[in-house]
Write a protein that binds this ligand. Structure first.
Ligand SMILES: *Cc1c(COP(=O)(O)O)cnc(C)c1O
Ligand SMILES: [Zn+2]
Length: 388
């Protein structure tokens, strides 16, 4: 195993990776996994990686936290296609547009990546009851991976969560509790009862390993483009785990000597009804204030206060990218445009990125000769109440 320790993303305090950890015990900020990349670079080469038959994210085994002799909790997550989007690109005059299609993951969203890694580690380190607040895809992914691991999943959802999400969690064997309140009330319920109930909290960035699963987005992107990174990445940002994870992946790949110093300009795309990162980016702030009366039907973007806000904002600025908000109606319209042009029924979160792309081209922020990758993070099938 090449995982060495955990380090706080805010105060640099080191934490032991040998037992279950949530936030930094000193400052309550997210912990990041650190690896002995020097040794990894001696054992693993890009050629060896290419020869592996496992197409799941576990093919990056040396760069993931689970010891090599422990079987991961896996449903075949990751290894998703990077597809050209020529027809939609043509409509915009863009010659080099790609979609990383995460809808083909187990439970139809990229939440599967994070949960595969985090449930594997939680089980390995002795947790038996896993709890998460969710209004959508995180709940179903936890339900699936907990079932696969033989662990119990406790999922707290706002009472107005679409029925499909509730049914899916129940049919995957989770204990679902509907809360008369918002997602923040669900989180508060878990916080209040977790010690007494012996629940391990699996909220994103409140434990260190969902980030490790999601960083494989960055490895796959680099590998699929021939160990090269695009000019622009558009990412639908809620908690920002995928964005922070990809940036971490790029740093690790450079440390391994597999890519150079080039980085994409990273753009966070949010919903107009819940755009804390956009507001903070425009204000030049280091942290993002809680977004009042947050509302959007793109449940993945309904995160009024992200614990990793300072990390997201730092990455957007360091990369020379930005942040942009899109109306729900526009997301719903663009879903059909992309569907008709590319043959993918994308999630509204993914559609938000395509709408943002159009707007960034119109403003001259993205040039027509640039290579652009849009992340479609889930499937439209999970959002039937938004369509028709
Ligand atoms: C959770 C989710 C997001 C946001 O992901 P973060 O990495 O937490 O920002 C985007 N799209 C979908 C479909 C999601 O489920
Ligand atoms: Zn700290």
């Amino acid at each position: 195993m090449f995982l060495t320790h955990l380090v706080c993303s805010a105060c640099d305090t080191e934490h032991d990776a040998a037992w279950l950890q949530n936030l930094c015990t000193k400052c309550r900020k997210p912990l990041l996994a650190k690896y002995d990349l020097k040794t990894v670079s001696q054992k693993l080469t890009r050629q060896k990686l290419r020869a592996r038959v496992d197409n799941s994210l576990w093919r990056f085994r040396e760069l993931l936290p689970l010891p090599q002799n422990v079987e991961p909790v896996s449903l075949g997550e990751g290894g998703t296609p990077l597809l050209r989007a020529d027809r939609f690109g043509d409509q915009l005059g863009l010659a080099d547009l790609w979609i990383k299609d995460e809808s083909v993951n187990p439970t139809q969203s990229f939440k599967a990546r994070g949960m595969s890694a985090a449930v594997s580690m939680a089980k390995h380190l002795g947790a038996t009851k896993l709890a998460v607040p969710s209004a959508g895809n995180a709940g179903s992914a936890l339900a699936a991976y907990a079932a696969r691991a033989g662990l119990e999943a406790y999922i707290f959802m706002p009472y107005d969560t679409p029925q499909l999400n509730v049914i899916e969690c129940c049919e995957l064997g989770a204990r679902v509790q509907l809360i008369d309140g918002l997602i923040t009330d669900c989180a508060a319920t878990i916080a209040r009862r977790k010690t007494q109930e012996d629940w391990f909290e699996m909220s994103t960035l409140k434990e260190p390993y969902r980030l490790e699963g999601k960083k494989t987005l960055g490895y796959e992107l680099a590998e699929q483009l021939g160990w090269w990174l695009p000019d622009v990445v558009l990412y639908p940002t809620g908690g920002g785990t995928g964005l922070i994870g990809m940036w971490k992946a790029f740093e690790e790949l450079e440390a391994l000597g597999w890519i150079g110093a080039k980085r994409p300009r990273m753009y966070s795309v949010q919903a107009s009804g819940c755009a804390p990162i956009v507001r903070a980016f425009e204000a030049g702030a280091v942290h993002a204030a809680e977004f009042p009366n947050a509302h959007t039907r793109a449940s993945g973007l309904r995160v009024p206060k992200a614990i990793g806000d300072f990390l997201i904002l730092r990455i957007l600025r360091e990369s020379g990218g930005g942040a942009i908000a899109i109306d729900d109606d526009e997301m719903i319209r663009v879903t059909r445009e992309v569907g008709g042009a590319e043959g993918l029924f994308i999630a509204p979160e993914g559609a938000a990125c395509f709408a943002a792309l159009r707007s960034l081209i119109d403003s001259g922020t993205i040039k027509l000769d640039e290579q652009v990758v849009v992340f479609n993070t889930g499937s439209g099938i999970k959002y039937l109440e938004c369509y028709g």
